[in-house]
Design a protein around this ligand. Structure first.
Ligand code: URA
Length: 252
C-alpha cells in the first residue's frame, strides 16, 4: 500500500500521522495533522451475492427465534434482541460483546460512538458495514447497565452465534475486545496474550483474530496503533487464506 493511502487509513481510525523531520536527529518525529475519526476512502464494496432459499430461510427462522428468545433473564430488561447486520453470507465476521443502550434501542450492533470507530477501522482494511462484513455480538440482548455477560447468558446465546456462523460461512472472524475474545475462546488469557495469533473457533475451525474493542480505543487512543497492526495482520491472514497459502500464526 502506498504511504498516502496508508496515512488516510490511519487518520480515519484517529491515529496521528507522524513523519520524520527533514534534517533532524534520527528518530525525531513531528505531527503534521491532528488525525480525526472520519471517513476513509476504501475500495468500493462488492455487490451482494445472492444466497440460496435455504440460507435465506435459515436467517429468517434464526431472526424470529432471537427476537422472541427467553432463554435467559436478559429478555426481561432488553428492548429487543439484536441479531446482527450484514450480508447473509460473507467472508468476514466481526464479533463484539453485547448490545449497549443505543444498540438495544435501534436493534443494530455497534451503532454508537464505538460503532463509528469500528466502521472506520473496517473501512481501513476495505470492509464495509452492510455489504462485506457481518457484525454481531456474543450476546444478542443488552445486559443491564452494560455489565459483563454472565457465563449462563453466554451459554444460552452461543448457539445463535453458531447458527450465524453456519449460515455465513465466514473465512475469518475478528473478535473485538477482551470479553468477546475470552468467551469465544473459552480462556481467561489477557487480550495482549490473545492478539497477534490465529485462533480457531467452533466445529468449523473458523480462523479467529483478536483485537481491541473500539470503546476501549476511544478511551485509550494510544493503543490505536496496536489495533492497526491487528487489522493489517487480519487482512494479511485473510489474503493468505484466500490464496491458499499456509499461515504461520505469528504477527510479522
Ligand atoms: N459494544 C459491543 O461489544 N457491541 C455492540 O453492539 C455495541 C457496543
Amino acid at each position: 500500500m502506498d504511504a498516502s493511502k496508508s496515512n488516510r487509513y490511519l487518520e480515519a481510525i484517529g491515529i496521528d500521522v507522524w513523519v520524520r523531520r527533514a534534517g533532524g536527529p534520527l528518530g525525531a518525529l513531528e505531527v503534521p495533522d491532528r488525525a480525526q475519526v472520519g471517513l476513509a476512502t476504501a475500495e468500493p464494496a462488492p455487490a451482494l451475492a445472492p444466497v440460496s432459499a435455504d440460507v435465506a430461510d435459515g436467517w429468517q427462522a434464526l431472526r424470529t427465534e432471537i427476537l422472541g428468545c427467553t432463554k435467559c433473564s436478559l429478555h426481561k430488561t432488553r428492548t429487543q434482541g439484536v441479531v446482527g447486520v450484514g450480508p447473509q453470507r460473507t467472508d468476514w465476521l466481526v464479533i463484539g460483546e453485547a448490545p449497549g443502550a443505543e444498540e438495544d434501542r435501534r436493534g443494530e450492533p455497534f451503532v454508537g460512538r464505538a460503532g463509528h470507530l469500528l466502521d472506520a477501522m473496517l473501512r481501513a482494511i476495505g470492509l464495509d458495514r452492510g455489504t462485506s462484513v457481518y457484525i454481531a455480538n456474543v450476546l444478542k440482548s443488552r445486559p443491564p447497565n452494560n455489565r459483563d455477560p454472565k457465563p449462563e447468558e453466554v451459554a444460552a446465546c452461543l448457539p445463535y452465534l453458531m447458527r450465524q456462523i453456519a449460515l455465513l460461512q465466514p473465512r475469518l472472524m475478528l473478535a473485538v475486545g477482551r470479553i468477546a475474545a475470552q468467551n469465544l475462546l473459552s480462556t481467561d488469557l489477557s487480550l495482549s496474550r490473545l492478539r497477534g495469533k490465529v485462533h480457531y473457533f467452533g466445529e468449523l475451525n473458523t480462523p479467529l483474530i483478536v483485537t481491541y474493542h473500539p470503546a476501549y480505543l476511544l478511551r485509550t487512543p494510544a493503543d490505536k496503533r496496536k489495533a492497526w497492526e491487528d487489522l493489517k495482520f487480519a487482512r494479511g491472514v485473510f489474503r493468505q487464506l484466500t490464496d491458499r497459502v499456509g499461515i504461520d500464526g505469528n504477527l510479522s
